[in-house]
Design a protein around this ligand. Structure first.
Ligand SMILES: NC(=O)c1ccc[n+]([C@@H]2O[C@H](COP(=O)([O-])OP(=O)(O)OC[C@H]3O[C@@H](n4cnc5c(N)ncnc54)[C@H](O)[C@@H]3O)[C@@H](O)[C@H]2O)c1
Length: 394
């Protein structure tokens, strides 16, 4: 049986996802919500949307959408809004998909608090939460999880993950995200964080770098040691607070005794979201397509190069067919081709009334290491315990 979906947030990222969600064969109808009415209208006028568009439930009010009979909500609003909006959806009896991260605010304790509130809301509501972490469905992650399931790595000894994203690009992103009603409200709210002496950290958005190692090894971080570097050039972007870092590099002890090295750099000359995993029997080394894409499986000291097609799982044929054609090319290609897989996993999990792969317990393990790492960096590399919310219930 198909599902009725509601989607909130039709900005730069949400627009591409809207087409994918609408066209999924298990979606019977879709309603759209954005505080900027012209962003909804852009879809209402499209011929190929008419068959599934739930006109009555479309509008500028999220609260109104929650009162309709949609089964599930997709949230692709600005990152400081995600967690409270997800809790509202769960409390209204809807399963919910959230763009990454769980929440982005310049206060580590508040991030942990929202994680805890979300875990409680999922337990209380009996509904499901999924984090749309793109790295989870990169071909490299799909391949390494398969090898891990076969036991081909042996024991996991070490992993590394990186997210290099330069502030010169992030400037533009910030400008766009604050240029809307909800964006302008945030500029006001930010002043209260400043007044409390809170500073943003690259480690408050560690999901792209830690998700690969954690989803493959099925271990979690227990202790963090991190070093931070002050900005060299980007005073305008990072501000002049001496506690603010542009680049942070952390080492974590993992729950199996191994180690994970994580890079979150916002002042960088390269762009990369990738990971590598080392075991006693096998090793996977990942590489981005724009860097040559030399992904390797290494066993007995012999490296085997891997193509993207070899690494990637196939989508069910009817789902893949629904996304054929030009309209979908840009959304399909984004972040290692992960977007269609995220959409399929969420829609199928709602239709089958099962927890999604990146449930709230998994998602928290992609967030809490960063909070501990930032604390460690603020204390000059002191060892800090990582908060853990436990395994997803069986
Ligand atoms: N690799 C990745 O996974 C990845 C990449 C890019 C963006 N993202 C995430 O996607 C999210 C969206 O980013 P973006 O660049 O599209 O932002 P954006 O500012 O362009 O779009 C956000 C939209 O949400 C709408 N909105 C906010 N609050 C609302 C409310 N209460 N009701 C209705 N509409 C509301 C805004 O009006 C806006 O149109 C971010 O959280 C970001 O972290 C993830």
């Amino acid at each position: 049986m198909g599902i009725k979906l509601g989607m909130v947030g039709l900005g730069a990222f949400g627009r591409g996802f809207a087409n994918l969600f609408m066209s999924h064969p298990l979606v019977d109808s879709i309603a759209l919500c954005d505080r900027e009415p012209e962003r909804i209208k852009a879809f209402m006028d499209l011929d190929f949307w008419q068959a599934k568009l739930n006109h009555d439930a479309c509008g500028t009010s999220y609260e109104d959408m929650l009162r309709t009979d949609v089964d599930a909500i997709v949230i692709i609003t600005q990152p400081w809004l995600h967690a409270p909006q997800c809790i509202q959806a769960l409390e209204a009896g809807k399963s919910v998909y959230s763009a990454v991260p769980i929440i982005s605010v310049p206060d580590g304790d508040e991030i942990l608090d929202w994680c805890s509130k979300l875990v409680d809301a999922v337990k209380r509501s009996g509904r499901h939460y999924m984090l749309g972490e793109t790295t989870y469905y990169r071909p490299q992650a799909m391949y390494a999880r398969k090898r891990a399931a076969e036991g081909a790595f042996g024991e996991f000894t070490y992993s590394q993950g990186e997210y290099f994203h330069d502030f010169r690009d992030l400037y533009k992103v910030r400008e766009r995200r604050t240029n809307s009603s909800s964006g302008r409200e945030w500029l006001e709210r930010e002043k209260a964080y400043d007044a409390r002496g809170c500073v943003m950290s690259p480690m408050f958005y560690p999901t792209h770098s830690v998700a690969g190692p954690i989803c493959v090894t099925k271990t979690h971080a227990v202790k963090a040691c991190c070093f931070g570097q002050r900005p060299f050039e980007g005073e305008d972007y990072f501000g002049d607070d001496p506690r603010r870092f542009s680049n942070t590099t952390a080492l974590f002890q993992m729950s199996n005794g191994g180690a994970m090295r994580i890079i979150e750099h916002r002042e960088a000359s390269i762009s990369r979201e990738m990971f590598s995993i080392y075991g006693t029997q096998g090793t996977f080394e990942g590489s981005e397509a724009h860097e040559g894409g030399h992904n390797l499986w290494i066993k007995g000291h012999t490296p085997t190069p891997l193509s993207v097609d070899e690494m990637r799982d196939p989508l069910p044929p009817d789902v893949a067919k629904a996304w054929e054609g030009e309209t979908f090319q840009s959304s399909y290609g984004g972040h290692g081709g992960s977007h269609p897989y995220l959409v399929h996993e969420f829609v199928e999990s709602v239709a089958q009334e099962r927890p999604p792969a990146i449930n709230i317990w998994e998602a928290c393990r992609y967030m809490t290491p960063g909070v501990a790492a930032h604390q460690s960096a603020q204390r000059g590399g002191e060892l800090v315990d990582v908060v853990d919310f436990g395994d997803a219930p069986e």
